[in-house]
Design a protein around this ligand. Sequence first.
Ligand code: PRP
Ligand code: URA
Length: 208
Amino acid sequence: MRITLVDHPLIQHKLAHIRDKNTGSKDFRELMSEVSLLMAYEAMRDLELEEKEVETPVARARVRVLSGKKLALVAILRAGLVMVDGILKLVPAARVGHIGLYRDPETLSPVQYYAKLPSDIAERRVFLLDPMLATGGSASHALALLKEKGATGIKLMSIIAAPEGLERIARDHPETEVVVAAVDERLNDHGYIVPGLGDAGDRIYGTK
Ligand code: PRP
Ligand code: URA
C-alpha cells in the first residue's frame, strides 16, 4: 500500500485550528473543506494529460489538458460530505457518489444504511473521501463495495489517520493508495484517534 503524506505548511496550519476543541462548526467546516482541496491538489498529481493547440492573442501554443478516465468522488457519510465541495472546486465535472455508514458504538464495525454511486463507476478514477481513518473498518467496507462495483485504482483520502487504520487498509486492500494530512499516535479505548480532532460528524453538524 502506498501512503502519501501531504504535510504542506498551509495544511498543517489549518489542521492546528481544526484540532482545537474551541473551533466552532462554521470554521471547522470551512477549514476541513480547504484542507481537502489542498490535499486533492497533491492526490491528483498523476492525472493524465494530452496535448492540444490553442491560439493565444499572440501565437499558436501547444498546451496540455486533462485526458484519460473521468473522475468520481465518493463520500462516506456523514463526515466525508465536508470534503466534497472543496474538491469539486478543482474538478467540477467529477461525479459524486455516497456511501452511508455509521460505526456500531459497541463493536466499532461499520453498518451500511445507504449507497448511491455513479452508474459508470467502473470506468472512472475514484477518490474515496472520509476525513477520519480510525480502525479502518468504514473505509475498508467502502473499498470492498467499490471494488464489487468494478472500480479499480481507488485513492482513499483521509485528513487524519491512525496507524491501526492504515494497517487495516494495507491488510484488506493492499493495492489502495492512501493520501493523508497527518498520521496520529493511536486509538483510544472508544476507537477515537488520539490526539485527533474528536468526532468529525458531530463537529461538522453540531450534533453532540
Ligand atoms: C466516523 C468517521 C468515519 C469513521 C471512521 O463516522 O466519519 O466514517 O467514523 O472510523 P473507523 O475507521 O473506525 O471506521 P461515524 O461512524 O462517527 O459516523 P458519522 O460520520 O455519520 O458521524
Ligand atoms: N470517527 C471520528 O469522527 N473521530 C475519530 O477519532 C474516530 C472515528
